[in-house]
Design a protein around this ligand. Sequence first.
Ligand code: MF3
Ligand code: CO
Ligand code: CO
Length: 268
Amino acid sequence: MINKPRLNEDGITIHTPEEFEGMRKSGALAAEILDMITEHVIPGVTTEVLDQLIHDYMIASGATPATLGYRGYTKSSCISLNHVVCHGIPADKKLKDGDILNIDVTCILDGWFGDTSRMYVCGKLSRKAERLIDITHTALMLGIDQVKPGNTFGDIGAAIQAYVEAQRCSVVRDFCGHGLGRVFHSAPNVVHFGRWGTGPILEEGMFFTIEPMVNLGKPHTKILSDDWTAVTKDKSLSAQFEHSIGVTATGVEIFTNSSMGNFYPTWG
Ligand code: MF3
Ligand code: CO
Ligand code: CO
């Protein structure tokens, strides 16, 4: 019998237990790539060089960079420095001491999309950057803690928003997580703010990302003239972490954990 993907009443694909294996492999490779790049994040290196290393490692591993050619995007990763919120385009600009950056990779392995990002620190870490990175990582984990059948997508957003705002930081509203699996982006939009008990109900077999972007200042963003790079309007520092996850019968499986325990922190 052919395994057809099943859409629930909210238009969200429900995957079979066998399909978890595809995400495990793809997610593990995406995490391995983020582990691999860590030692290369040093002052003087360009983000273009980091992108090339990511590209070559992915190809050598039998995978394809999902972002390459995606809606006209021409790189294998997004690298977002300091006040860049997301979708920073790798370029010939050199990293300098004190920069913080998010590296976001999505690989396609055997048709499955593994999407993950982490924060990296170049050289010396300031106290305020360290605090922001710590809050953002905790926000992602508190969101993941909400994932189990019967809870709602609103619970994920509410948990993240409540925590972040209690730390006097802000949650970006203009970008969200997303369903994924055999496709890069699918229903639902996984927003990182919201009200408890609202939104679609989580069911076993859903695959999606949670990827909160947190700003030290206001939540507002704007897109630069390259049509991709999103920055904070007030130029405040921004951070992001992303995992691809699946809903299990009893809770959650994280597909993009580092086998080296390197998801956080990724420096020192
Ligand atoms: N990986 C990003 C995400 O988390 C998407 C990047 S799309 C790109 O959804 F075209 F900007 F690379
Ligand atoms: Co994503
Ligand atoms: Co991503």
